[in-house]
Design a protein around this ligand. Sequence first.
Ligand code: 5GP
Length: 140
Amino acid sequence: MSYDSNNIFAKILRGEAPCVPVYEDATTLAFMDLMPQAEGHVLVLPREAAATLPELSDAAARDCIAVVTRLATAIQAATQADGVFVGQFNGAAAGQTVPHVHFHIVPRHAGRGLREHGAVRAETADLQAVAQRIKARLAV
Ligand code: 5GP
């Protein structure tokens, strides 16, 4: 898949569109999903321009998954979840709607369903509040 540098995550990575960040370093950015399937739904992206995981360099994939692992632990603790889902879609046929590779981290509570994928926009203040809780756990 060729890379579309006008996709919304490319714009966020360039600072041309807003996000509510939870973590960033030289290779990776993580921010709150605008339409969370559960409170605490975070997206983790490599800065490298790649549409799908198979197109991503091994080095960027390693950096990204290390951040996913740390964040999954912090998110589960911050939301007092019973478990945590980590997911990743490659190509529209697989359910990918934004063509820049990313991992979803979604906290799960036993017996509680998920909101629909990419359906209902959250309030920025609510995203900021849960981002603060996640960042506090990352700092521990
Ligand atoms: P995909 O379907 O590509 O795996 O997931 C894309 C995700 O990005 C969806 O969960 C959707 O809610 C989220 N999303 C779409 N547009 C934006 C945006 O502008 N900002 C943020 N933070 N998330 C977005």
